[in-house]
Ligand binder design. Sequence first.
Ligand code: NDP
Length: 276
Amino acid sequence: MAEMEGIKKKCKVLVVGGTGYLGRRIVRASLAEGHPTFVLHRPEIGIDVEKVQMLLSFKNKGARLLPGSFDDHRSLVDAVSQVDVVISAVSGAHHRSHEILIQLKLVAAIKEAGNVKRFLPSEFGTDPGRMGHALPPGRVTFDEKMEVRRAIEEANIPFTYVSANCFMGYFVGGLCQLGTLIPPTDHVSLHGDGSVKSIFVDEDDIALYTIKTIDDPRALNKTVYIRPPDNILSQMEVVKAWEDLIGKELHKTSISESELFANFEGMQSILFVGQN
Ligand code: NDP
């Protein structure tokens, strides 16, 4: 009836990883855009009270919680069978290898269910298809995301890949310095001369544009790049904006490429700035 009256029926969305940093924003955006929204509830979260309360808050806003575990293939098939669109926002933040394993399990479930009209795997960074030149240890992130893409395409699952560049919360607060989220008031360490441009995107905008792609035929089997023109800034431009705000010039030193890469040693997960 709604379709006869020219009102597009809202597709049903399942968010996997809905309690995560980005995932919770995707759940909220999906609800705000009026989609029947489902969130995978993994029994493994146990008594993680923050996650349980977040899931309950989604439920109070109209989301449906679907039980499902990555250790139980049938439960995943049952969950994805109930929706039109699956969005994965899982991460390997704590165990790098977990992200690919759980995403491949999700691909297998979607393939078996056979009903999903669009799958958005957990990407949301620099396009891994353009990161063949990335150096270890960071390149493992891109290699794994490419492996997930191959599995999706071999299974003929309709997809959209979202390239969201740099999360603003991770990079802008600390003026693009590694290891800090808080802006300094005296000194800033520049990468080289700080002139390389990066694209910074607000996480709520990433979530909203992700939701807007799910039923857009232009995004079917395509990569969507989120790159707001005003947010393409060099580290120096970010620093200058902060200096203007606090009315003070920071003392600046420079970190060379070799020093930067030495700092990466031993880190589990690296997000590259300025490569896109
Ligand atoms: P989080 O680390 O906040 O975790 C997201 C969710 O992953 C968790 O809530 C959990 O879902 C699920 N999860 C984690 N480990 C496991 C596991 N072992 N088994 C099952 N589920 C697990 O994710 P982020 O929001 O930080 O990252 C989401 C995506 O965004 C990733 O693809 C990441 O690479 C990307 N990213 C991009 C950045 C950028 O600057 N471009 C910065 C940070 C991330 P639940 O408990 O809800 O089931």
